[in-house]
Design a protein around this ligand. Structure first.
Ligand SMILES: Cc1cc2nc3c(=O)[nH]c(=O)nc-3n(C[C@H](O)[C@H](O)[C@H](O)COP(=O)(O)OP(=O)(O)OC[C@H]3O[C@@H](n4cnc5c(N)ncnc54)[C@H](O)[C@@H]3O)c2cc1C
Length: 245
């Protein structure tokens, strides 16, 4: 259930201002709306991007990876999918390209007011909407009233997307706990290893007083939801999620 007023989606055009290669197969995109004024959305929502294909158009949903900043800009974070059309088209696109966008869509947004600890769980580019949600939390001037956790699962240390940003937030906000976990760690990795599911079980054992926001591929999201419902006994309202396939 959305807890904030509905923002009607609309169609607009956006220009690509900048890309940053986060890993060899993942890019950060910075877009600016060039028609239709400021783009209103809530952190965590997604847009549908349309690109040309054989004289037709091909659209895919992408989570907004930023919080509203009071301007017409928004970020995306995209992974190249092997054999995928739109992800490769966009990852090969250079600055100043223009795309058709429709949005915002979805209700994967942090419920207000925040009344429990927040546990964000992501794997891979599932971090995109969560980066936006965290930016919204940390850009507000209020001190955190609850603990905020980020359990982020990736394979290798160099694929911990936005790592410096999350580490900086953890330094600035003692109530923010950043827990990256690697499924294929190098020998010198000092942090957590294995899957986010295991750390969820260990860190929150015996608790059911928190709200979760989960994003990533279907298998991870389904498994984490099962654990939260069946093992922790969380209510459906405490489990919010977005699946990428
Ligand atoms: C609400 C929502 C938000 C999303 N946000 C993001 C985002 O922020 N960043 C992002 O990178 N992606 C995101 N996705 C996934 C994205 O919409 C596309 O599915 C993805 O980019 C692949 O599109 P494509 O045209 O390149 O591949 P397609 O041409 O559609 O697919 C090619 C092949 O790859 C398989 N495939 C499709 N998607 C994946 C995948 N993610 N992993 C592995 N195999 C896949 C298909 O089954 C197919 O066999 C989101 C999906 C949803 C539903």
């Amino acid at each position: 259930m959305p807890t904030r007023p509905f923002i009607p989606p609309r169609s607009f055009r956006a220009i690509l201002r900048r890309t940053i290669e986060l890993t060899p197969s993942t890019k950060h995109f910075e877009w600016e709306v060039i028609e239709g004024g400021p783009f209103e959305f809530y952190a965590g929502q997604f847009v549908s991007l349309e690109v040309p294909r054989d004289g037709e158009k091909e659209a895919r949903p992408y989570s907004i990876a930023s919080a509203p900043r009071g301007d017409s800009k928004f970020d995306l974070c995209l992974n190249r999918v092997e054999g995928g059309y739109v992800s490769n088209y966009l990852c090969d696109t250079s600055a100043e390209a223009i795309v058709e966008v429709n949005g915002p869509h979805g209700s994967f947004v942090v419920s207000q007011p925040v009344e429990q600890d927040l546990v964000f769980i992501a794997t891979g580019t599932g971090i995109a909407p969560i980066r936006g949600m965290l930016a919204e939390i940390f850009h507000s001037r209020e001190e955190l009233s609850h603990d905020v956790w980020l359990l982020f699962g990736v394979r290798h240390p160099e694929t911990i997307l936005y790592r410096r940003e999350f580490e900086a937030w953890a330094t600035d906000h003692p109530r923010f706990h950043f827990v990256p976990t690697l499924s294929r760690p190098a020998a010198d990795w000092q942090g957590k290893t294995g899957y986010v599911q295991e750390h969820l079980r260990k860190i929150f054992a015996g608790r059911k007083d928190f709200k979760t926001y989960i994003c990533g591929l279907k298998a991870m999201v389904d498994e984490v939801r099962f654990i939260l419902k069946e093992e922790f006994g969380l209510d459906r309202k405490q489990i919010r999620f977005e699946k990428y396939d």
